[in-house]
Design a protein around this ligand. Structure first.
Ligand code: ADP
Ligand code: MG
Length: 391
């Protein structure tokens, strides 16, 4: 494994001896259940076979030193410097170091110890593409500190602490899905997570089906304003629907039937946003049985429906995503495809017959490039194991 050799070599050059441990933590992609985590819905992600790898050893000093190979940058901090977000030399922690430092902060909040370490890390999860490079970095450091001390927590607990780090130390308002998938991934399985109870189960994905992710390379940041507006619309829908359905707490509690009966009472835009959430949650309910039965064909149709809903009801697509999805869905071997992640650019995800995956990737790249002029990144991937200590 090339990355592991690379970080081990750099570790030896930097610290004068070989690293004692290696850990990995994957990125993730969500197959179904988009924009429903904050409506208490279900999500269906998989950990992917791209990951952050970290080489580490305990340090004799009291400072933790990290070297981020992909950024060619180094930082040092300790439990004493964590609250002020500074380094050992009192300079401010650079942004990228907030992710590992946030993990230390979250562990210290739990009264868990975070032994000083020397570490070198690198990743093949693309940064900022919506495949959760940030969660993969956080989970890699979770595993590292867990390895160096005597405490051990279940993967879901580690994920919750990593989410807390990202929410409160880094300052990004993400849900639990990213860290959960990176922590709990299972080879060749999708993960069905109930965002209300945090109960989850695995569902096998047939081995002759590939997950193909394609990056439009367009980034129209879902400005936090747009995201917050959609969250607010869902909350308003709940408030209004409670007049007839007093027992509902979130859109999760509204059936499609009840929604159809009451939708007319909602303002237009609120109704569209809420319809997406209600119907998307219903799609994830249907998905479970379809996947258990190995019916990828029908599951793929749910993915296609999800895209239409994100485009027309939730209105988080963009022309490039729509072009890419249209081309993908027309190609041989494609069961289904849709935008994945928050939207307004970023990636699409497709399920494709394994034997057709290469051809699919080439035709998609060619078609997309000739229509938009952009050169897409395409990743043929499969569901992989969650964060783990390798050595
Ligand atoms: P993503 O969708 O990939 O999670 P984010 O904006 O949430 O995008 O997180 C990206 C940030 O995570 C980067 O700007 C960087 O600070 C950190 N990060 C991700 N990958 C690496 C890496 N390989 N090395 C150092 N920092 C990383
Ligand atoms: Mg992220």
């Amino acid at each position: 494994m090339e990355i592991i050799e690379r970080i081990s070599e750099i570790f030896s050059e930097t610290f004068g001896e070989a690293p004692i441990h290696i850990a990995r933590a994957p990125g993730r992609v969500n197959l179904l259940g988009e924009h429903v985590d904050y409506n208490d819905g279900f999500v269906l992600p998989a950990a992917i076979d791209r990951a952050t790898y970290i080489a580490f050893s305990p340090s004799n000093s009291d400072q933790t030193t990290l070297l981020a190979v992909d950024l060619n940058q180094q930082a040092s901090f300790s439990p004493q410097t964590i609250p002020s977000k500074t380094q050992i030399d009192s300079s401010p922690l650079p942004d990228w170091a907030h992710y590992p430092a946030g993990v230390m902060w979250a562990l210290l909040e739990e009264k868990l110890s975070t032994p000083a370490m020397n570490s070198v890390y690198a990743s093949d999860v693309p940064r900022g593409s919506g495949l959760s490079s940030s969660a993969s970095v956080e989970m890699a450091f979770m595993i590292a500190w867990q390895t160096l001390d005597s405490w051990a927590l279940p993967p879901m607990r580690l994920a919750l602490l990593a989410q807390k780090a990202e929410n409160q130390y880094v300052g990004v308002n993400c849900g639990i899905m990213d860290q959960f998938a990176s922590a709990c991934g299972v080879e060749n399985h999708l993960l069905l997570l109930d965002c209300r109870s945090l109960e989850w189960k695995t569902i096998p994905l047939p081995e002759d089906v590939a997950i193909v992710i394609a990056d439009t390379t367009v980034r129209r940041k879902l400005t936090s304003g747009e995201y917050n507006k959609r969250r607010a619309a869902c909350e308003e829908a709940v408030r209004l629907l409670q007049q007839n359905l007093p027992n509902i707490k979130s859109l999760r509690d509204v059936s499609v039937e009840d929604f159809n009966w009451l939708a007319g009472k909602l303002p237009d835009e609120v109704s569209k946003r809420a319809r997406h959430a209600v119907e998307e949650i219903e799609r994830t309910n249907q998905a479970e049985a379809l996947l258990e039965a190995g019916n990828i064909q029908h599951f793929g149709e749910l993915m296609n429906e999800c895209h239409i809903s994100l485009r027309d009801l939730y209105e988080v697509s963009c022309p490039e995503l729509d072009v890419m999805v249209r081309i993908a869905q027309s190609l041989e071997g494609c069961y289904g495809g849709r935008l994945t992640g928050a939207g307004f650019g970023g990636c699409i995800v497709n399920l494709v017959a394994h034997e057709k995956a290469e051809e699919f990737a080439q035709s998609l790249a060619k078609g997309y490039q000739s229509e938009t002029g952009y050169h897409p990144e395409i990743y043929i991937t499969r569901a992989s194991k969650g964060a783990e200590l390798l050595a």
